[in-house]
Design a protein around this ligand. Structure first.
Ligand SMILES: [Ca+2]
Ligand SMILES: [Ca+2]
Length: 161
């Protein structure tokens, strides 16, 4: 009986270690975290405003995603397609501070790589559009009102252990 207990203990320890090594991103019940090039990405299943999305990312030790390269944008676009979900997702770009001057919220740095949709950002019809989304259909970005409710993407570095 005692040996049996020891075996169970070792076996469960192995499983814990296996998962710790297999995943450098947080584990979650619905498996929303995905790894790409030393970063972890969280694809929300709930919808909210841009500000609330930002806070939700920060509670997870992450920030609203900043997209710094074409490869990164393609990774995100592909993931959105695998969800076969038509809603667009908030990203971390905003021109809340200076109209027409978009920065990544997490670093306050100007956008380097950009992937705006044709005619965007357009501050549509003069309505304040100070937050940005990535479109699920083509992976392009669009400025939208910050109080629209939609899904969102967070990003953080992978764990180093
Ligand atoms: Ca704007
Ligand atoms: Ca727009």
């Amino acid at each position: 009986m005692e040996n049996c207990f020891k075996f169970a203990l070792v076996a469960s320890l192995c499983i814990v270690i296996h998962f710790a090594q297999a995943s450098r991103c947080p584990l979650s019940e619905q498996d929303q975290w995905k790894e790409f090039r030393n970063s972890c990405y969280f694809f929300s299943e709930t919808s909210t405003t841009w500000q609330s999305a930002k806070e939700s990312c920060e509670e997870n030790g992450s920030h609203l995603v900043d997209i710094l390269s074409r490869g990164e944008n393609e990774f995100i676009h592909q993931r959105l397609n695998t969800y076969r979900y038509s809603e667009d997702y908030y990203i971390g770009a905003t021109d809340r501070q200076h109209e027409g001057y978009f920065v990544w919220e997490s670093t306050r740095s100007a956008l380097g790589y950009k992937n705006w949709n044709v005619g965007e950002p357009n501050q549509h019809l003069g309505t304040p559009e100070n937050c940005a989304e990535i479109k699920t259909d083509n992976g392009k970005w669009n400025d939208v009102p910050c109080d629209i409710v939609m899904r969102f993407i967070c990003k953080r570095p992978v764990s180093r252990e």
